[in-house]
Ligand binder design. Structure first.
Ligand code: CO
Length: 518
């Protein structure tokens, strides 16, 4: 984040179409970016904080939960990829203009064992090896559930999620780890449970948490689950269906509409030999299949118009997708899916140090729109935003519906691949953008859009007629000047800065988070 006194937003107001002119050039210091890779050395409990600049909006009432890797090194042995770091939860609790900060590592079995031994005892999915080379790692096929990807409230539990295994239940107030949860018998031990649940704001009555688990293999099985989130039923399983598909499924995220759960099966192959022999992490054994197309899997949702029917399989455009912005059904019945596409599967090879990664050698993410015509089983593709982006979301009340705005993390430069330094509000109708930037010394995490709480009783949907962009964007920024993290609160409509809170924490780049209304 800039040390300069002026921190005015830079609403650009230009359309995506004429954004191609005048590339700004790279304007960040690599050591500022890489200084975020460190261990979190402290756990705080309800520490009161005040804004260093601006004012915390008094209407913000609830908790921002964030998850991400908090431990990247042990005994001088570093992770091969930050995604292998142990999950650590940050909670920022807002009430009447005041703010409290807590953070806790998730007490996973692996974290507890490694704390006790003070050395690395497990391999990581993204290529972290135990000390001792391939001989020490070969045939150790245990997965360390690091609980580091997402954190979400379900009923009276807070769940720390990692997609290859069971959720960990935490106390929503103290962040104390209660342990692995199988959700009252819904899950089998070690069953995969996605880190990307979607909150249905009430397409079929009450709001629901819709999520999935994947059992991958030559034939892969996707289990689609819907949970109640409100009232006495909160946390209860309402719908549960499993579907099998040919091929190895790599599904990190999905999208929902009122009638469909939308999966994009990337064209990837999995050859586990390097993992078995101790040379690679499991995720490093994924490779793209050049020239081959992925596939959309449209699975009918329970309570939807197509329930009971078979999933629809439709060829997808080339490219690789981790994350979707949103999906919806338009008036003609087409299913529209907005996703962040990469030209190829971005992977860090076994011989590469993540700190010295050459951004120019990796494909950037770009927001693209697929329109799926179910009658012809065809897809049309449109580039919405060429600027390098990741971590996009719509107003949660518009999840699964046509939304006008998306908020996402973007690179400062209009073209090319760079670290994420700015937040963009993107008008999906007009292409207009507004950008708030933390450059040259700040680096952003995922933005979380929080609607203004003039809401219905359950807090899920804003009042009828409320503007879609009325609310705030909350985000954590790595401040390279301070070598610490800042909370930044933006006006979601104008992208003007409302407040900056300098946290007494240094948090490595995180993954995902959610807002839990009071
Ligand atoms: Co993700």
């Amino acid at each position: 984040m800039t040390a300069a006194p002026s921190r005015a937003p830079s609403p650009e107001g230009s359309s995506a179409a004429d954004a191609r002119s005048a590339p700004a050039g790279v304007a960040y210091d690599r050591s500022d970016w890489s200084s975020a890779f460190r261990n979190v050395g402290v756990e705080l409990s309800a520490v009161p904080l005040v804004a260093a600049r601006g004012t915390i909006p008094s209407e913000l009432a609830g908790t921002l939960y964030r998850n991400g890797p908090g431990r990247l090194e042990r005994g001088g042995h570093w992770v091969h990829h930050p995604f292998d770091g142990d999950g650590m939860i940050t909670a920022l609790r807002f009430e009447a203009g005041s703010l409290q900060l807590s953070n806790r590592f998730v007490r996973t079995e692996g974290w507890l064992a490694e704390e006790a031994a003070d050395k690395v005892l497990y391999r990581g999915v993204f290529g972290t090896q135990k000390p001792g080379g391939p001989i020490a790692n070969a045939f150790d096929l245990r997965l360390k559930n690091i609980a580091n990807t997402q954190v979400v409230r379900l009923g009276d539990q807070l769940l720390a999620l990692w997609e290859a295994s069971s959720p960990h239940a935490l106390d929503p107030d103290t962040l104390e780890t209660k342990g692995i949860t199988l959700l009252d018998g819904v899950l089998k031990p070690d069953e995969a449970f996605s880190a990307h649940p979607r909150l249905d704001p009430g397409h079929h009555g009450e709001p629901r948490l819709v999520t999935f688990g994947v059992k991958a293999g030559p034939t892969s099985t996707v289990r689609l689950m819907e949970f109640a989130t409100t009232g006495d039923q909160a946390g209860q399983l309402l719908a549960d269906d499993s579907y099998s598909f040919k091929g190895f499924a790599f599904l990190h995220d999905f999208a929902i509409t009122p009638n469909w759960a939308v999966f994009l099966q990337n064209a990837v192959a999995f050859n586990p030999l390097g993992f078995v022999l101790g040379q690679k992490g499991a995720a490093q054994c994924l490779s793209s299949k050049p020239g081959q197309q992925g596939q959309f899997w449209l699975v009918p949702r329970a309570s939807g118009a197509f329930t009971g029917q078979k999933p629809r399989l439709i060829k997808a455009p080339e490219g690789f997708v981790f994350h979707h912005l949103n999906a919806f059904e338009d008036a003609s019945g087409e299913v529209v899916v907005d996703s962040i596409f990469y030209a190829d599967f971005p992977s860090i090879g076994p011989d590469v140090n993540f700190r010295t990664i050459d951004f120019d050698s990796l494909p950037e993410g770009q927001l693209k729109r697929c329109r799926i015509d179910l009658t012809t089983a065809s897809v049309s593709l449109e580039l919405l935003e060429p600027r390098c982006c990741e971590f996009a979301m719509v107003n949660p009340a518009h999840q699964g519906l046509a939304a006008r705005y998306g908020w996402m993390a973007v690179a400062e430069r209009e073209h090319g691949n760079d670290p994420l330094q700015a937040i963009e509000k993107f008008d999906l109708l007009s292409g207009e953008r507004r950008v708030w930037s933390a450059s040259p010394r700040g680096f952003v995490n995922e933005p979380v859009m929080v609607p203004y709480p003039q809401a219905s009783a359950d807090g899920a949907a804003p009042a009828a007629g409320q503007a879609e962009d009325l609310g705030w964007v909350l985000l954590l920024v790595w401040n390279g000047a301070r070598c610490a993290s800042d909370l930044v609160i933006l006006d979601a409509a104008t992208m003007a800065e409302q407040a900056v809170v300098e946290l007494p924490l240094a948090l490595p780049y995180g993954l995902h988070g959610t807002w839990s209304p009071a």
